[in-house]
Ligand binder design. Structure first.
Ligand code: ATP
Length: 602
């Protein structure tokens, strides 16, 4: 859950929104001002029209006040001052006003949607560039929720801010008219409305607090949804359905009730304002008639301005409440973007040499947060070698290749390629030079072809050549649309061994200098695994291969094998040499031999 932001953080978030495309935001506000001005002009037409209605069809040209100013415009333009012409003038102003109003709304919608789009775009781009350590730490639920949901709410804030300015300006126009006609009455009305505002602010829970609860409930909803859907098999197999459903429902109820609370408070504020202004109007009419000498036209316009002001004021306060309610989403989105910016993988760096002659780990130590995993780890691999890494579970083997692929950075010591720290090379280029196959590779919910090529341009001939090497042709005919079969969520339509073969082919197609296999064939039966390894061994000389394996037969033909225990290399040598040494490798080999013998006799 996000920490409660300070007032300055909230202000900073609003400032960031205000500074997003300030020219467009400014133009929309300026255009709103123009629209409101036309509203005022339109309203002012009522004076001569009412006077014309009272005086008959035409007006005396020497009229005073607002009417007089109008008449002078008509006289200057050489237009007859008749009721008909005044109505035509009013109609013209209204046409311009509503056309401009349409343009303002359209531009405001464009700005809101573009802002949301840009927030999503930035958040996703940063998420793609963030280090794996960030994902390990935060999980992907939070990231997905922010990109898809928080940004939607956050994007609305910019629209609300424009609404705020529009309503505020319109209120000012009406207040200006009211002040011009009857300043004392207008000030009295403003004081009364200020009192209503204070009571509302005091009596209704602040929008930010309710909005923050909506944002939290929303995050929890996303987490529960993902836990249920992504782990559906285990949910069913381990009877977790009822627990998850109960959790989901209680979060959903919280989300619903807090969302209703935001809306209820908004509506309550609006209704309270309307009620107060209506009551105020009765008082004003009474005061105006009893104590102020206003003409019928002036009283009419004053009351009209007040009547128009009431809903505007109530919308203004509802808008402020809505902004407060949506602010938590905006603040969380900005916090997320800032966190991700600080977690970006490095860019730039020198070119990776065409031929990687040697890779060396020199006294590398590494800890995941506080848990030390590698201590003084050293290992060297020459170009074209096939090197195996073995050892008991949790010893740090996968961590070694995570450092090699620069998913993590050593705390001390160096990983070198051709004598240069790999951190000095451009990251993308380095990852192109080192292809990795993990034990549990991700299969995209796309076609087999896409999963093999990873979106690269690869000829059909090369594709089939590699598919044959990775033993994909063995099951290709079973797929209904062959290479164009969609493999389902995380490759659900494939077996574990088939998924591993797809990942291996993907890595082979990358045609990298170094191929890293982390338990990459563990799900294949021994026969298929041997066939794959014959292929891998034929890569010797062209590609450097580093293979991590529990099944020792996988690496028995390696040029050199490292045994890793408690984050250190404890043995190195060929299969025969290590058996001869009678150490951990020989012990593991003997255990696997016994297990194999037992299973074949059992
Ligand atoms: N992302 C991570 N965050 C925190 N700790 C981790 C992470 N990955 C691994 N570890 C810890 O680091 C230690 C070494 O893990 P690693 O996966 O490197 O071992 P391994 O030898 O490959 O194990 P296995 O043979 O079971 O795959 C383990 O204790 C593990 O709990």
């Amino acid at each position: 859950m996000a920490a409660t932001p300070s007032v300055s953080e909230k202000y900073a978030s609003l400032r960031r929104v205000a500074l997003y495309r300030p020219a467009l935001t400014g133009s929309i506000v300026a255009a709103s001002l123009f629209v409101m001005l036309l509203e005022g002009v339109g309203l002012s037409f009522l004076f001569p029209i009412l006077d014309a209605a009272q005086a008959g069809q035409s007006l005396p040209l020497q009229a005073n006040g607002v009417t007089g100013r109008f008449l002078s415009v008509y006289v200057a333009a050489g237009l007859p001052v008749t009721l008909e012409f005044l109505l035509v003038g009013l109609a013209c102003v209204m046409v311009i006003r509503f056309t401009a109003s349409f343009a303002v709304k359209w531009l405001a919608a464009k700005l809101t949607q573009t802002y949301e789009r840009d927030l999503k775009d930035r958040a996703y781009e940063l998420a793609m560039g963030a280090s794996v350590a960030y994902y390990d730490d935060k999980g992907s639920d939070d990231i997905m929720n922010t990109i898809l949901t928080q940004t939607r709410y956050a994007g609305r804030v910019i629209g609300r801010i424009i609404q705020f300015f529009q309503q505020a300006i319109l209120c000012l126009v009406y207040i200006g008219i009211a002040l011009a006609i009857a300043p004392v009455l207008a000030v009295g009305a403003a004081v009364a409305l200020g009192g209503v505002t204070a009571i509302i602010r005091y009596g209704i829970e602040p929008g930010y607090a309710v909005g923050d609860r909506v944002a939290t409930a929303n995050e929890q909803l996303q987490e529960t949804t993902q836990a249920g859907t992504q782990g559906i098999r285990d949910v069913k197999l381990f009877g977790m359905r009822d627990g998850l459903l109960a959790e989901f429902r209680s979060t959903l109820d919280r989300y619903t009730s807090t969302s209703v609370a935001v809306r209820r408070n908004q509506v309550a504020i609006g209704s309270l304002y309307r009620l107060s202004v209506s009551l105020l109007l009765f008082g004003l009419v009474y005061v105006a008639i009893s104590f102020r000498a206003l003409s019928i036209a002036e009283l009419g316009v004053f009351l009209f301005a007040m009547l128009r002001l009431a809903p505007r004021l109530s919308s203004l306060s509802s808008t402020i409440y809505a902004i407060e309610g949506e602010l938590p989403h905006l603040v969380r989105t900005h916090q997320f973007i800032d966190r991700l910016e600080a977690q970006q993988e490095p860019t730039g760096g020198q070119s990776v040499p065409d031929s990687i002659e040697e890779i060396a780990f020199e006294n590398v130590s590494f800890a995941y947060e506080d848990e030390p995993v590698l201590a003084d780890f050293s290992m060297a691999v020459d170009r074209g070698e096939f090197v195996g890494i073995v050892g008991k579970s949790g010893g740090g083997k996968s961590t070694v290749v995570s450092l090699l692929t620069r998913l993590y950075t050593p705390d001390s010591g160096e990983v070198l390629a051709n004598g240069t720290p790999i951190s000095a090379y451009a990251l993308e280029e380095w990852r192109e030079a080192v292809a990795m196959v993990r034990q549990d590779p991700h299969i995209f919910n796309d076609t087999l072809r896409y999963n093999l090529t990873a979106g690269r341009d690869i000829t059909e001939e090369t594709l089939y050549e590699v598919a044959e090497k990775a033993l994909i042709l063995e099951f290709l005919d079973d797929l209904p649309q062959g290479l164009d079969t969609v493999l389902g969520d995380d490759g659900v339509k494939l077996s574990g061994g088939q998924r591993q073969r797809v990942a291996l082919a993907r890595a082979l197609l990358a045609d990298a200098e170094v191929l890293v296999l982390d338990e990459a064939t563990s799900d294949l039966d021994s026969n298929l695994e041997q066939q794959i390894h014959r292929t891998v061994e034929t890569l010797d000389g062209d590609q450097t291969v580093i293979a991590i394996a529990h099944r020792l037969s996988t690496v028995s033909n390696a040029d050199r094998i490292y045994t890793v225990e408690d984050g250190q290399v404890t043995e190195r040598g060929s299969h025969a040499e290590l058996l001869n040494d009678n150490g951990t490798y020989a012990e593991l080999y003997a255990m696997q031999g016994t297990a194999a013998a037992q299973s074949s006799s059992g």
